[in-house]
Design a protein around this ligand. Sequence first.
Ligand code: 0O2
Ligand code: 0O2
Length: 204
Amino acid sequence: MIKDWNSFLLPYGVAVEEMKVKLRGLRKQYLEYDSESPIEFVTGRVKPVDSILEKMQRRHIDEEHLEEEMQDIAGLRIVVQFVEDIYEVVELIRHREDMTIVEERDYVKYNKASGYRSYHIVIEYNVEMINGPKKILAEIQVRTMSMNFWATIEHSLNYKYQGQVPPDVAKRLERSAEVSFQLDQEMSEIRSEIRETNPRKEHD
Ligand code: 0O2
Ligand code: 0O2
């Protein structure tokens, strides 16, 4: 029985704060070298205890295996402009020495039945605590602004209906996910056409 959730969650909180700074640093670097950044913004959170308990029950995870089996206690989200930027950001993370990718789920190419799209990366991250180093797992979700718009609304509707979204609403959400993805593709096409007619130095 985890009696002291605060101390259990402490390394996750430290990790989320550190990773937010590091990932926001990527945006700063892009803007330093170019006038635009594929990364729009980065958010992060430690999963609230009630959500952890609910997920433990739903996924039959016991406390001894919580650290290995619940990969999103520490969650980071990177919101980018274009679909191609998702893969660029994933490659940036892959080459970092302070984050080790242990699992990847490409829900961009292979969307979920709900219509959900995002690229999920599970990483191992080392946190230096006062009593020594501690390795934790964290989930990074990389998605476009359009995917984020859809997921945020779908998430709140799910919450409102307590997971029991009426079938007609679910169908409309599924269709709107497709429309939203078409918008992403159209934006990418517009950008590449603009770049062809008006090439910038970096893309020559
Ligand atoms: P809710 O509405 O219940 O989800 P900052 O001051 O900007 O440094 P802050 O305010 O601590 O940081 O948090 P941040 O990074 O702006 O964003 C926190 C919110 O982003 C959370 O809201 C989450 O909704 C969302 N979020 C960010 N990353 C993730 C993630 O990886 N997974 C999930 N599920 N959500 C994420 P709240 O506050 O938890 O409220
Ligand atoms: P939160 O913090 O409320 O967002 P599972 O929870 O079993 O479905 P698994 O296998 O642990 O998922 O990991 P997965 O599917 O890679 O990622 C789960 C997280 O992705 C969810 O967190 C959501 O943040 C997001 N997600 C996955 N599917 C959907 C979806 O259909 N709609 C929306 N809006 N988000 C989705 P949690 O655990 O739900 O927690």
